[in-house]
Design a binder for this molecule. Structure first.
Ligand SMILES: [Zn+2]
Length: 169
């Protein structure tokens, strides 16, 4: 029994859980990205293969074999945190990936470790550690608390008023 069959079994379990529309995306991701704790940003194609019929056409996809993602590319850009261990094939199930009002109910993202990422897949660096954030805060102004945004705006408004007076002479 190979890895591909295991992936299909995971898919079938997900299919049983819901009767709604389901799309599938198969992506290659470098295993090193997962080990680094990085995430990925996926530019989902406008047409997503129907997971129920594998593109053959069924009731849930109106016999088209595919589901539509939102037209705007920003609306179909998804972020995903990678499982730390990406050996073999891992299927991640996303519920309502494009929001409550989009027709697609679920998106199954099949991730497989490879030497290069699939087109449309970008690495998202892991969040900076809290130690980095602390050292950044320590390098703030030496005297007193840092100026708040309203204080800066008030100062700018005062300067603008003076400049206005000078120009009106
Ligand atoms: Zn279908």
């Amino acid at each position: 029994m190979g890895r591909a069959e295991l992936g299909q079994l995971i898919d079938r379990g997900a299919l049983d859980a819901s009767g709604g529309s389901q799309g599938r995306l198969s992506l290659a991701v470098p295993a090193a990205w997962a080990r680094d704790g990085a995430g990925i940003e996926i530019s989902v194609p406008a047409r997503i293969c129907c997971a129920r019929c594998d593109g053959g056409g069924c009731d849930s996809c109106d016999r088209s074999g595919a589901h539509r993602a939102p037209a705007e590319s920003a609306a179909r850009t998804l972020r995903l945190s990678l499982p730390a261990d990406l050996t073999g094939c891992v299927t991640v199930r996303l519920v309502r990936p494009f929001g409550e009002h989009a027709p697609l109910e679920q998106l199954l993202v099949e991730l497989r470790a490879d030497t290069a990422a699939s087109p449309g897949v970008l690495r998202v660096p892991p969040p900076p550690s809290s130690a980095t954030a602390r050292s950044r805060a320590a390098r703030g102004p030496l005297l007193g608390a840092p100026l708040s945004a309203p204080a800066v705006l008030a100062t700018l408004a005062a300067i603008a008023a003076v400049v206005g007076l000078l120009l009106s002479r």
